[in-house]
Design a protein around this ligand. Structure first.
Ligand code: FES
Length: 130
């Protein structure tokens, strides 16, 4: 295994990882573990992608339909223990874990939580202390 070279030049880091320059406000994880996949995680993730990209909120490469200066990072994650109550969706920095999320719930999570900062209480099963 090669040992990675440690880079401490800020400009070089930002060139290599443009996400560093984006005004990131939130990171959304959609569980794509086996159990969540069986109850629709790909549809949930696709709905996040569709709406966040249409609103210009999803950070990423323009060539992929995303916004380099977008405020939301959307990624998959592995199982977090909500296997029987998926689909699990986690939103940080608040540390809110949503359960039983379906694609039809995604517009509400985006509009209320990601855009207005208002947690969708009916789906929020864990709210971490800050
Ligand atoms: S598979 Fe999603 S929480 Fe376990």
């Amino acid at each position: 295994m090669a040992i990675p070279k440690f880079i401490d030049d800020q400009e070089q880091l930002e060139k290599l990882a443009p996400v560093m320059k984006a005004p990131i406000k939130r990171h959304v994880f959609v569980c794509t573990g086996k159990s969540c996949s069986q109850v629709g995680s790909s549809e949930v993730k696709a709905e996040f992608e569709r709406i966040l990209e249409a609103k210009g909120l999803r950070q990423g490469k323009e060539s992929k339909g995303r916004n380099p200066m977008g405020e939301v990072v959307l990624t998959d994650c592995g199982s977090v223990g909500f296997c029987s109550i998926g689909v699990a969706v986690l939103v940080y920095p608040e540390g809110v874990w949503y359960g039983q999320v379906q694609a039809k719930d995604v517009p509400e999570i985006i509009e209320d939580h990601l855009e207005k900062g208002k947690i969708v209480e009916r789906l929020a099963l864990i709210e971490m202390d800050s």
